[in-house]
Design a protein around this ligand. Structure first.
Ligand SMILES: [Zn+2]
Ligand SMILES: [Zn+2]
Length: 220
């Protein structure tokens, strides 16, 4: 099994995780990463007809924080549908925002992880860090709400509020850019995973609790 084709692009390989078949391994890894951060998610819950009449099935909906997450690898720079969704679902309130989620619904693009700086003891496989951007509009910052403790992405539209509990968070928490690498990316299987090869490389002592039936425990 390999995901790298000859030109180095990453093909989408359907991957099962938690009883759901994702369109790509990258999506399955994102699902695990969201679980690790205790962010609730739904996978492809709706089909949306955009104003342009494009039919769009966003990858993930994060219901507690009102965020759409479209997972795209590094070779998919253009995500017009996600950008259109972001434009039509963002806040249009003239004065104080009364949207269900502060600032309206937010769309972020989930990218392939930043790699770790080499092998780190006790981690297998070497996990990277979450990488994201926004398909259009202001940048999204990762933070943990000091009031409700929910991890989430917000924009710096003032006042900075938790998207879940609406608490004002400015001055009470740290906002991280993607490049700050605040969040471990949980990867179920290393790229090009092949069982015999992998088992041969494993550190026996370290892997005693490893259950080959389930990648779920590969938490960062
Ligand atoms: Zn609003
Ligand atoms: Zn909160």
């Amino acid at each position: 099994m390999t995901e790298s084709s000859e030109d180095g692009r990453i093909a989408a390989v359907p991957t099962e995780y938690g009883g759901i078949t994702f369109r790509s391994r990258l999506e399955a890894d994102w699902a695990q990463t969201l679980n690790g951060a205790r962010i609730k998610w739904r996978y492809e819950p709706v089909t949306i007809t955009l104003p342009s009449e494009c039919v769009y099935i966003p990858g993930f909906w994060l219901p507690e924080i009102g965020v759409w997450l479209e997972v795209k690898g590094p070779n998919v720079p253009r995500i017009e549908k996600a950008a259109e969704l972001a434009r039509v679902r963002t806040c249009c309130c003239e004065r104080e925002c009364t949207c269900r989620w502060p600032g309206g619904e937010l769309v972020i693009a989930g990218r392939q992880s930043f790699p770790s700086d080499g092998l780190e003891p006790g981690r297998r496989p070497p996990a990277g860090y979450v990488a994201w951007d926004t398909p259009v509009g202001p940048s999204a910052y990762y933070m943990t709400c000091p009031s409700c403790d929910r991890a989430q992405w917000i924009t710096m539209r003032r006042p900075w509020r938790c998207r879940a509990c609406r608490a004002v968070v400015e001055g009470r928490t740290v906002l991280y850019r993607s490049a700050d690498r605040p969040l471990r990316f949980v990867e179920g299987l290393p790229t090009g995973w092949e069982p015999p090869h992998m088992y041969a490389q494993r550190d026996v002592e370290e892997d005693q609790e490893y259950d080959p039936a389930g990648p779920d425990d590969w938490r960062a």
